[in-house]
Design a protein around this ligand. Structure first.
Ligand code: PMP
Length: 344
């Protein structure tokens, strides 16, 4: 065991300081050394613990929040879980306005963490009074002493990663990092880490991962919003149909796009080859890394860090379900993993 055994006052003390873990089997034929920043080791099992804690503590420092007040956000995903967790420990009410597309499992998980959940119709426009954006805004206006996290448009999202994830990676790589590969959703993770690393060494390459069906890569290249880029895709948390102000596009050297299918298979490969049970976007980030290697991006001596944003347990009914993989057409039906199950 390399870690000291410690006692903590509460779960929030475990946020951050996640391990950097060398990728062995999956990169053995690649040029360079490859490491994963495994954010599933946060107590809420994702990188979003960092932003929930930072944004809430910043509001406390500014005197905007005092115990008993209310924290509002529009997400059924990782950020919702992290905000609910921080709210419990610090004594806040947590309200999450989510889309009716959210799975029952996700809604139950948020309720288990004490959040009050408003389920809003998915098939209405963002300016409809029933949309989760409008419901969150209305509640924020109505509830005195509430804050609206608004992660896509909140500069503190970048700051959280500038203050913690960036310095951790710099120290863990002994200042030797040459490339960072990270998914972009709100863009907080990649922008915050990039800002810190580029201040230390401007030649470090920052590579964003985007989804087919999202506008980010095209916007980075042209600085124009092209709605023709937008179509439905399956990976959650990666890419976007708008331009978030929590992304600093100037700090990103380039974007790579990945498919739903290859990312799903790559997530499963990470579990089987590295023993790391990580989420769908970790598969996306690793898939981007494979594409970059094929394109000759890396050379001997390079030290490459890829961010794995969350844990695989959140995807049991998706990427890690053979049934789901088959329904998406991601399997040829002969290769189902149930071959490994012996029914007695
Ligand atoms: N992966 C997952 C699973 C996420 O929920 C998110 C956040 N939307 C990301 C990656 C991207 O992180 P960021 O929002 O910091 O760009």
């Amino acid at each position: 065991m390399k870690q000291d055994i410690q006692v903590f006052d509460n779960v929030l003390e475990l946020i951050g300081r996640t391990p950097l873990i060398k990728l062995n089997r999956m990169t053995e034929d690649f040029e360079g050394d490859f490491y994963a920043k495994v954010e599933a080791f946060n107590p809420g099992h994702s990188s979003k613990d960092r932003i929930a804690l930072h944004i809430i503590e910043e509001a406390e420092r500014q005197g905007i929040l005092t115990p008993g007040d209310t924290i509002i956000e529009t997400t059924s995903g990782n950020t919702g879980f992290s905000i609910a967790m921080v709210s419990i420990i610090k004594g806040y009410e947590c309200i999450l306005a989510v889309s009716s597309k959210s799975s029952a499992d996700k809604i139950d998980m948020l309720k288990s963490m004490g959040a009050q959940v408003y389920v809003c119709p998915a098939n209405v426009s963002a300016d409809d009074s029933r949309s989760y954006y409008q419901v969150a805004k209305r509640l924020h206006n109505e509830i005195k002493g509430s804050i609206y996290i608004n992660q896509y448009f909140n500069q503190l999202n970048i700051d959280a990663h500038y203050n913690t994830t960036g310095p951790e990676i710099w120290t863990q790589t002994e200042k030797q990092i040459t490339h960072l590969v990270a998914c972009s959703g709100t863009g907080g993770t990649i922008s915050g880490i990039a800002k810190y690393l580029k201040e230390k060494n401007p030649s470090i390459k920052i590579i964003g991962v985007d989804a087919f069906g999202s506008v980010l890569k095209k916007y980075h290249e042209t600085r124009e919003f092209d709605d023709k880029e937008i179509y439905p895709y399956r990976i959650e948390g990666l890419g976007k149909n708008l331009i978030p102000t929590a992304t600093d596009f100037d700090l990103i050297d380039k974007f790579v796009k990945v498919t739903d299918e290859e990312s799903a298979h790559t997530a499963r490969e990470i579990a089987k080859n590295e023993g790391l049970f990580v989420g769908y976007t970790s598969g996306a980030a690793m898939q981007a890394l494979k594409q970059l290697e094929e394109a000759g991006e890396f050379k001997k001596g390079d030290k490459v860090v890829v961010v794995f944003p969350d844990h695989g347990s959140r995807y049991m009914s998706k990427v890690y379900s053979d049934k789901w993989m088959e329904e998406q057409g991601f399997f040829d039906s002969k290769t189902i993993a149930s071959e490994k199950i012996q029914y007695v």
